[in-house]
Structure formats: structure tokens, C-alpha cells
Design a protein around this ligand. Structure first.
Ligand SMILES: [Zn+2]
Length: 236
């Protein structure tokens, strides 16, 4: 009996998988059926923060006295040379967008599971400088924001904020100059789209919070805005 189309594609997939097995992006063992990107063992060892159910947590503490947010969360703790750094590096610098979507999906699920994020009406990603986005081919914060958007069934508005200024290397600048640079490098392009709305602002990794703070201040300029924040990881 000839194979049906679906059977054939499953067969082909299994056959290719024999030749080029999918590996765990952390420990590099061959992934089993049902495992995606990361094996169950490594996944269970990921440093999840659990912030999504705490209104006050070390993510929101970063913004005390700086910008008023309803609450905020990061999915994972970011430790230098750890698994999370590896994952995010593969996503951002080796363009593993499928991995980014997988992580974004986990963040989306965690937010949907929480009571604290029910009032959100729109999602806004932190923009990349257009030149940088062209070079990389994508904006990692937008990829994450779109995953949350799908999970929450809330629209993602990718062109509300724009990153301007020159894309000069940030690392060569002194800390204060860098902060000043971040604070003045965003502009609000669609005031009416965000005015009086409940907004979830999304970034990839939060370190000092300066980028999110600068974007938050821009969104607030529209008036009547309430803000939530989310990121894949927070440096600890
Ligand atoms: Zn593994």
C-alpha cells in the first residue's frame, strides 16, 4: 500500500533526523521525541524566576524611583557563561529564531498563567536601531513580543517606538554618557495608538533597566498610559 502524504512526510522527517539529529542546545545530546531545542534534563535545570506571580520582585525593584510600572517579569535568570547566556546568544547572534520563538512562547505561557497581566491591551517591543536590525535581519525583542502576543491574544505594535541617534558602539562610552545616550535615543511615533492604553513593554535581557526606562518614559508621554514589562532574562 502506498504511503499517504502525511505518513511520507513523517517518514522523511525521521529519516533526516537520523542523518542530522536535533541536538540539545545546552548539553548537545540528541533530542528525544517531544523535546524541542533543549532536552528535558537541561530544561528542568533552567533558572526560572517565577516572577510572574509576584507583583513585587527583583525585576520591579530595578525600577523603583525611576518609572512607575504595574508589575514586571523576566522568565529566567541570566548568569554569565551559564545555559541561559548560551540560549540567548544562539538566538541573537546565531539567528536561531526558532529557539527565540520557543523561549518567547515559554515567557508568553508564564504571563498568560498569571492574574497580574490580565488588563494588558497592547504589546510594544523595544526597537533596535534600524541599521542594526537590517544587519541582524530581525529585532529579537519583537520576536519575543510576537510570541507573547500570540499567547495572550493581544495585538503587538512594532512601530510605536523608534530608535534614533547614531549606532555608535556603546561599550566605548563612559557610563554616564551611555545612559544619556540611551535616554535620548527613542522617539514615539504613534501617540494615538498608545494614549490611554494598558501596555506591555518587552525587551530581551534586562541589566541596568536603562533601555526599558527610556522606552517607558517615551510611552508615558502619550498620556494615560499604564505599563507592564517583560523580558526573557534578567542579570543577577
Ligand atoms: Zn540538554
Amino acid at each position: 500500500m502506498p504511503l499517504k502524504r502525511s505518513e511520507f512526510s513523517a517518514f522523511l522527517k525521521n529519516f533526516l533526523n537520523l542523518l542530522y539529529p536535533d541536538l540539545c542546545c545546552s548539553c548537545k545530546t540528541i533530542l528525544m521525541q517531544g523535546e524541542q531545542h533543549i532536552c528535558l534534563h537541561c530544561r528542568s535545570g533552567l533558572p526560572f524566576t517565577g516572577f510572574e506571580t509576584d507583583r513585587e520582585n527583583s525585576f520591579t525593584a530595578l525600577f523603583w524611583g525611576r518609572v512607575r510600572i504595574e508589575t514586571g517579569t523576566a522568565l529566567l535568570y541570566y548568569v554569565k557563561k551559564g545555559v541561559v547566556q548560551q540560549l540567548i546568544h544562539s538566538f541573537k547572534y546565531r539567528s536561531d529564531i526558532r529557539l527565540g520563538r520557543f523561549l518567547g512562547g515559554l515567557l508568553g505561557e508564564s504571563i498568560v498563567s498569571s492574574e497580574l497581566y490580565r488588563e494588558i491591551e497592547i504589546i510594544v517591543p523595544v526597537p533596535l536601531h534600524p541599521e542594526k536590525e537590517r544587519k541582524r535581519g530581525f529585532n529579537q525583542s519583537k520576536v519575543i513580543a510576537e510570541c507573547i502576543s500570540r499567547a495572550m491574544d493581544v495585538p503587538c505594535l512594532g512601530r510605536v517606538l523608534e530608535r534614533s541617534g547614531h549606532a555608535e558602539s556603546q561599550t566605548r562610552k563612559a557610563r554616564f554618557a551611555r545612559w544619556e545616550n540611551v535616554a535620548s535615543s527613542f522617539s514615539l511615533r504613534q501617540v494615538e495608538a498608545v494614549k490611554d492604553r494598558n501596555i506591555l513593554l518587552v525587551d530581551d535581557v534586562v541589566t541596568t533597566g536603562a533601555t526599558l526606562e527610556a522606552c517607558a518614559n517615551k510611552l508615558m508621554e502619550a498620556g494615560g498610559v499604564r505599563l507592564w514589562m517583560a523580558a526573557l532574562a534578567i542579570s543577577s
